[in-house]
Design a protein around this ligand. Structure first.
Ligand SMILES: [Zn+2]
Ligand SMILES: [Zn+2]
Length: 284
């Protein structure tokens, strides 16, 4: 399990966590049941599992898998079915105890996945579909092993940011996703690689990004994982969140991006100030 986050009740009960990776994700630990137990201990009212579904055929990484009982299977609908079934069972089990459990997925974006996503949605009735942009030119920029290779292909930071936001705009305009996850995720390693200039890299593109989000009714999440990576802000930064709201973009969802049960609802007391008060189904 990751580091020493204590699972203790939040001071604000009744919140919802809409970005959670159980051990069907190859980079996560903890079963669906363990996450649900942790969510109840934290006093969350709702949890939406969003396992990774990475299926870029051109990817040069090693992420195109779903872990089923510890065995890696290719990311295909017939394998995702085990996950969907397990989440639905968890809802039946935990709802009477006061926890609503939703079925979501985090689709790893790649150019061309506009055809794959509608097909996947035909197989499953998801409550929530997140778009996770993790790769540029088929190489991951958010994992330790690959980020350098990804960034170094670009002439400079500006070119990288331009390429990144082109993908964000295309993904949003596809209209296939409820939410674009962790909007400025490039800063995870970008701050290290390019320095603090990275914090401003979004500026030339953000109006166009907001227009694409608004036109397609695609929302943004407040993702608290950055704090666990030593970045003293969220994904995206509070500055971007406030500008998005001002531009009329929906910012509704809190996501811990938990990859272990003790990360569920991480920093939600503070983050909840940035989203509307109620998202989850009322228990009363
Ligand atoms: Zn992600
Ligand atoms: Zn995630």
């Amino acid at each position: 399990m990751s580091d020493n986050y204590e699972i203790k009740p939040l001071n604000l009960p009744g919140l919802a966590d809409y970005h959670v990776h159980p051990d069907f994700s190859i980079d996560a630990v903890g079963s669906i049941n363990e996450f649900c137990e942790a969510a109840l201990e934290r006093g969350l009212a709702e949890i939406c599992f969003t396992t990774h579904y990475d299926s870029n055929p051109q990817s040069d990484g090693n992420a195109n898998f779903i872990s089923i009982k510890g065995v890696r299977k290719p990311a295909k609908p017939e394998n995702l079915a085990y996950y969907v079934e397990a989440v639905q069972k968890a809802h039946e089990k935990f709802y009477p105890a006061g926890l609503s459990v939703k079925t979501g997925v985090e689709i790893g974006w790649y150019p061309g996945c506009e055809e794959m996503v509608p097909d996947l949605k035909k197989h499953f009735k998801f409550d929530f579909v997140l778009c996770g942009i993790h790769e540029l030119n088929n190489t991951c920029f958010c994992c330790r092993e690959h980020y350098k290779k990804c960034f170094e292909r670009f002439e400079n930071m500006e070119k990288m940011a331009e390429a990144y936001f082109r993908e964000v705009i295309t993904a949003a305009r596809s209209g296939l996703f409820d939410v674009i996850a962790h909007l400025d995720y490039y800063k995870k390693y970008g701050l290290k690689h390019y320095g603090s200039e990275m914090n401003k890299a979004y500026e030339p593109y953000i109006d166009e990004v907001f227009a694409a989000l608004k036109d397609s009714s695609t929302a943004l999440e407040v993702n608290t994982a950055a704090l666990r990576k030593g970045i003293s802000d969220y994904y995206p930064s509070v500055k971007i969140i406030n500008a998005a709201k001002k531009a009329g973009v929906e910012v509704s969802y809190l996501g811990s991006d938990a990859h272990a049960p003790n990360e569920i609802g991480y920093d939600f007391e503070a983050a909840s100030a940035l989203v509307p008060p109620q998202l989850c189904e009322s228990e009363d």
